[in-house]
Design a protein around this ligand. Structure first.
Ligand SMILES: *[C@@H]1O[C@H](CO)[C@@H](O)[C@H](O)[C@H]1NC(C)=O
Length: 267
């Protein structure tokens, strides 16, 4: 969400106010700074991209066909491509300008678009899922949240759409806010998700330059299964070859362990 949001803001400011600061900073690498606030940095974007990708991929015994909804910066495609069992990736992004901005400013993320497993469609993800039922093993949602009174209505029907586009045994993962800024919203989201999915879990990853230093994900499966235990465990050699800097099998399980104040609300 934040990644996409930064691009919309970026495009807006580039074209209208020229108020974007794409600086190379010593500690963060390349950073996108708007109104003096860091939106994303080269230094820590990998934790978000790796976790939103590898949590559902490794929870699935054979994640052959993957759908990415949103993800216009290319970072999620970059990570999904690395999983050895992934054969085919479809990505649906509604805004071609986001992709162009990423290619221009954030090539270390846009490199994901070079994947030979990837088919990129510029279209509405909702419409796409309505027309592609029963097709995907894993669906990853990396998009901005809707705002306003219809949010909850949207959320429940959205999880219904995801369910319809999954093959049996399918798993989803969505970027889903933070427990520090919107615990009630997380709780509601999980309740909506439970109407369509049998197993629903919440995981967190640390992203130091995000406002609360953390980002959360809803991971859910059609079947009853322990999503906290990875079906594939990568050894040191594989982790090195895949250039994974955050995700490993121990982090996978640990990311589902939540503090007491969160556990109490989400259970
Ligand atoms: C979680 O993601 C869904 C789908 O994008 C969205 O409808 C919902 O509002 C999100 N919830 C939170 C807490 O971010």
């Amino acid at each position: 969400m934040m990644m996409l949001w930064c691009f919309y803001r970026c495009l807006f400011f580039v074209s209208l106010l020229n108020n974007v600061d794409l600086t190379s900073r010593k500690h963060h690498g390349k950073a996108l700074i708007l109104d003096g606030i860091i939106q994303c940095t080269e230094h820590d974007e990998f934790s978000y991209q790796e976790m939103i990708s590898f949590l559902p991929l490794c929870a699935h015994p054979s994640p052959a066909k993957v759908l990415i909804v949103g993800g216009g910066d290319g970072g999620v495609a970059r990570e999904v491509h690395k999983h050895p069992l992934v054969k085919e990736i479809v990505q649906v992004e509604i805004d071609a300008e986001v992709i162009e901005a990423s290619k221009r400013y954030l090539p270390f993320m846009a490199v994901g678009f070079d994947s030979d497993k990837l088919t990129l469609n510029i279209c509405d993800g909702f419409q796409y899922m309505k027309e592609h039922k029963d097709e995907f093993d894993v669906i990853i949602t990396d998009s901005s949240d809707p705002i306003g009174p219809a949010v909850n209505l949207f959320t429940e029907s959205y999880f219904g759409l995801l369910k319809g586009a999954l093959r049996s045994g399918g798993i989803i993962c969505s970027q889903n806010g933070t427990v520090w800024a919107g615990l009630d919203h997380v709780k509601e989201t999980m309740e909506h998700c439970r109407k369509h999915f049998t197993t629903v879990k919440y995981a967190v990853a640390s992203v130091p330059t995000y406002p609360s230093g953390q980002i959360g994900f809803v991971v859910a499966s059609l079947d009853e299964r322990d999503l906290t235990v990875p079906k594939h465990r990568f050894g040191e050699k594989e982790l090195g070859e895949m250039e994974l800097r955050y995700y490993n099998s121990e982090i996978h399980s640990a990311s589902f362990v939540l503090p007491n104040f969160v556990r109490k609300v989400l259970q």
